[in-house]
Design a protein around this ligand. Structure first.
Ligand code: BDR
Ligand code: CA
Length: 328
């Protein structure tokens, strides 16, 4: 169902290309009251990720800008693992390469900066202030959320729901045969969040890979709807989409993170199944794998479902929402 009123929300993100598209949607949605964007290391280091978020806010130009706060610089246990080869060396399609007709940079240096407050504090303060009304949409590794739980579990447990882009239930991983990228980068944090007792909706690869955006469609859209936002979408997705063309033979990309925002706006876009899920933290070949107990004879008393896993998506309705929300 669609939220009737603007609901308080925080986006927790690692500042990559599909994160940027998701933030555009959230900033433009009348159903979302975006209180803050908390940032962490994932696709790229946390400082560049925060710059990327500020860039998106600058381009969209909302009436009221959400607070941007930097958080974890690395995963709980593992060393950082970036995805610059997929998202570009700046995590956002290498925006410095684009020039205006007069040779000036199309994306000049930003004049805005992240807040001095720590992202983990921002998450806890919001949980205290908005409690059950607050939805957190997590678009990167779950390190900030795990740290917030470790710092003050009862307070974070007040939030209504966390919508997580991460994991995979019945399909293979993407960064490895077993693991989806966000869970692979910080499997320990993902497991902490799985055990949090907070209502969790998992927007995993089962549904994210059913939400493709073709290069030709983005280019046609931008031609028909010229604006700073549509130009930015064409620019920032170039390298990301080339990665898919070279590796999967599909010139386009999957809208992983935008789908998570879509689900937070309108849960009827997906069908879900409650499952008991754990995340592998040790496996030699399976680190970051999200393991859902799908056995018929599973023992629900000992292992109660901890996740609503999205297994089906109405792609057409989601893409309509996506296009509606990237309009300037
Ligand atoms: C996830 O990995 C990241 O690279 C994307 O931004 C998305 O959050 C998809 O596996
Ligand atoms: Ca992401």
């Amino acid at each position: 169902m669609t939220n009737p009123l603007p609901r308080p929300m925080i986006i927790d993100t690692d500042g990559g290309v599909d994160d940027a598209l998701a933030i555009v949607m959230a900033l433009n949605s009348e159903h979302i009251d975006l209180k803050a964007i908390t940032v962490l290391a994932g696709n790229i280091d946390v400082h560049q990720a925060a710059k990327n978020v500020l860039r998106v806010i600058d381009i969209v130009g909302p009436e009221q800008s959400p607070l941007v706060a930097k958080g974890c610089t690395k995963p709980l246990v593992n060393p950082p693992f970036y995805a610059a080869g997929i998202h570009g060396s700046d995590g956002l399609g290498e925006l410095d390469q684009f020039k205006n007709a007069d040779g000036s940079p199309r994306y000049p240096a930003l004049t805005t900066e992240a807040a001095t407050e720590d992202a983990v504090e921002v998450l806890l303060k919001a949980a205290k202030a908005y409690g059950n009304d607050l939805t957190i949409v997590a678009l990167g590794p779950l390190t900030n959320l795990a740290m917030a739980l470790e710092k003050d579990r009862p307070t974070l447990q007040k939030v209504g729901r966390i919508v997580i882009m991460g994991g995979a239930v019945k399909v293979p991983g993407n960064i490895s045969a077993a693991a989806e990228f966000n869970f692979f980068v910080d499997p320990h944090a993902a497991q902490v969040v799985m055990e949090s007792g907070i209502p969790l909706t998992l927007v995993g690869l089962d549904v994210a890979m059913q939400a493709p955006l073709a290069r030709k469609d983005v280019e046609a859209y931008a031609q028909q709807n010229p604006s700073n936002v549509s130009q930015f979408i064409v620019d920032c997705t170039g390298i990301y989409m080339a990665f898919y063309r070279e590796n999967e033979g599909f010139h386009g990309c999957y809208l992983h993170d935008p789908l998570a925002v879509g689900v937070a706006i309108n849960s009827s876009l997906v069908t879900t199944e409650p499952v008991y899920m754990v995340v592998e933290t040790e496996g030699r070949f399976t680190s970051g794998m999200s393991l859902a107990d799908l056995r018929d004879r599973r023992d629900e008393a000992t292992f109660p479902p901890n996740v609503d896993a999205c297994l089906g998506v109405d792609t057409e309705r989601f893409l309509k929402l996506f296009y509606d929300l990237i309009q300037p």
